[in-house]
Structure formats: C-alpha cells, structure tokens
Design a protein around this ligand. Structure first.
Ligand code: FMN
Length: 201
C-alpha cells in the first residue's frame, strides 16, 4: 500500500507499506515536526485527554498525569525544558505537554513497575485520537530532565517524567530548519518476523 494523503490541502507522501492489511489509523499516525501555530480549541484538547483516560493500566491505577500548556507564557516555560534541536520545531506547536507517571500505587504505596508502560498506552491513545481529529502528537525524549521537575514544580519522589509531547495540526515545512525538514516523512518499521516470534519449546 503506497499512498499519499492530503492534510489541509498539503499533500504528504506516505510510503508506509503495512506487511499485512491493518486499520489505516496505524500507518497514518506519524510524528511530524512542521506544526502549524494555529491554536487548538480547549474542547478539542479535552477530547485528546479523554481518549488517554480510557487507556488500560495495571490495577486500573491510571498513573498518568498530562501537564499541558497552550497559553504563550506557559508554553515558553515548557519550551525552555526541551533540548535545542526540539525547540527549533516544537516552538511552532500550539500545545506542549509533559507526561508524568505516578511512581507508586495508590492502593499500597508500593512501586508501580508498570507505570511507564501504562503511560505509553495513554500517550498512544491520545496520538491516535489526535489523528481522527486532523491533529498530530509528537513525543519527545529530548528535554532536560531536572529542569522538567524544577520548572513544572513537580515532585521527583512522587512522579517520573516520561515524555514531552507537541500537539497541533500540520504546518509548513518551510518553517522548520532544513536539517529537521530532511526527516519530515513517515518512516518505516523492522520486519514483522524480527519483532514477533512464535516461541518453540
Ligand atoms: C518516547 C519518544 C521519544 C521521542 N523523542 C523524540 C525527540 O526528542 N525528538 C524528535 O524529534 N522525535 C522524537 N520522537 C519521535 C520518534 O523519532 C518517532 O516516533 C519514531 O521515529 C517513529 O516515527 P513515527 O512516530 O513518525 O511513526 C520520540 C518518540 C517517542 C515515542
């Protein structure tokens, strides 16, 4: 399946070829860097977080916490936490978020070793919901760890910072540096037989 798709009049080449037919929502989710600064209405943002809320989690703990910024002053704070390379493109996104995981189970205060896994499920729900609304979510590990706790006023003891996220609609590739623009197309995956193996005794 070689296809192109149009996003707000912009033709995006998507060479992703699923090895077996799957719901197109999977290959159509990708992580662009050319975001449009066009604001996202608060109601639309709430839909994204609502999708994340329904993710499964160990003991239904729901360890995720999304801190988000869509207002200029707060967004500038969030942006400072990102590494320079991510700042060059994420500055255009109308919403920046940080995903935190509560480290311990609320039921017994013991370490929740699955909290990061559950946050991954919540993030993916948000990312897939975003695509259904013509939006994109781009996860980022490139941020200054300690600064995330300091600037966002979060307890390191209670929470683990998992990921930063840029959210928005597709913009103009001319608005990002050429080094970043070179990566601006949906990428491929390892072959299926490398990632799913029928175990034999
Ligand atoms: C946890 C995580 C961290 C990532 N960190 C960064 C990052 O710091 N900067 C960046 O440009 N992309 C980052 N990405 C995007 C990945 O490079 C991208 O998801 C991967 O290449 C697969 O491409 P796709 O999301 O378009 O399918 C990150 C993605 C994830 C899930």
């Amino acid at each position: 399946m070689r296809f192109q798709f149009e996003d707000r009049g912009i033709l995006i080449e998507n060479n992703r070829q699923p090895l077996i037919e799957v719901d197109p929502m999977f290959p159509q989710r990708w992580s662009p860097r050319a975001f449009s600064p066009e604001p996202i209405p608060e109601e639309a943002l709430q839909i994204l977080f609502e999708a994340a809320r329904w993710a499964p989690s160990c003991y239904n703990e729901q360890p995720w916490l999304f801190l988000y910024a869509s207002k200029e002053k707060e967004k500038a704070q969030f942006l400072k936490i990102l590494v320079d390379q991510n700042q060059t493109w994420a500055k255009n996104a109308p919403v920046l978020a940080f995903l935190f995981a509560r480290r311990n189970f609320s039921r017994n205060n013991k370490a929740n070793l699955w909290a990061a896994f559950d946050c991954g499920a919540a993030w993916m729900s948000l990312a897939l919901q975003a695509r259904t609304m013509g939006l994109y979510a781009h996860g980022m590990a490139g941020y200054h760890h300690d600064m995330a706790y300091d600037l966002l006023n979060m307890s390191k003891e209670e929470y683990e910072v998992i990921c930063a996220i840029a959210i928005g609609s597709y913009g103009d590739i001319k608005d990002i540096p050429s080094s970043v623009a070179a990566m601006e197309k949906p990428n491929d995956r390892k072959p299926l037989e490398e990632v799913a193996i029928q175990w034999k005794s």
